[in-house]
Design a protein around this ligand. Structure first.
Ligand code: SF4
Ligand code: SF4
Length: 149
């Protein structure tokens, strides 16, 4: 067995238990609000990496990690798994160095307030909420009309 496989078994196959992908940098209230919604879910985190790029991570174990922490489809594993190098991975390289890590909706809300200021945060939020309420009220009025009430 290679050194690499030894390390992977020892680490408990950390990198096979989540996946991350890049998301657009949020620039306005609505984009931060989407991230706030992501973070309302279990097992979700969002981070800004050292280059300033934004990523969402989803904790979800790959169905092919065996109980011995080995890949059960090693010979047929996806390209992305083949490209991930044990040198400098999250186990051998230490923790990822994030600029920022968000694990709760409160954290991203506080960050958005800080970045957008009250003008960019509270104003758009109030307008968005009112817009939705008005739409829902109009829909309810339409339904009542059709029923002749
Ligand atoms: S590549 Fe790194 S994080 Fe992934 S299983 Fe191997 S040692 Fe663990
Ligand atoms: S396919 Fe294998 S190497 Fe790839 S994430 Fe799943 S268990 Fe890990």
């Amino acid at each position: 067995m290679s050194d690499h496989v030894d390390k992977c078994v020892e680490c408990g196959a950390k990198c096979c238990r989540y996946f991350c992908f890049q998301i657009d940098d949020p620039e306005e209230y609505s984009a931060f609000e989407d991230i706030r919604w992501f973070l309302c879910h279990e097992g979700i985190s969002v981070h800004i990496d050292e280059d300033g790029d934004w990523y969402i991570c989803i904790e979800n174990r790959c169905k092919y990690v065996g109980s011995d922490n080995r890949c059960m489809i090693y010979e047929e594993r996806p390209i992305i798994c083949r490209q991930y190098d044990v040198d400098g991975c999250d186990f051998t390289g230490g923790d990822y160095r994030y600029q920022k890590l968000f694990t709760t909706p409160e954290q991203i809300e506080a960050y958005a307030r800080e970045q957008l200021g009250p003008h960019g945060f509270d104003g758009p939020r109030t307008r968005a909420r009112r817009r939705i309420e008005r739409k829902q009220q109009a829909k309810a009025r339409g339904r009542r009309k059709r029923r002749g009430k």
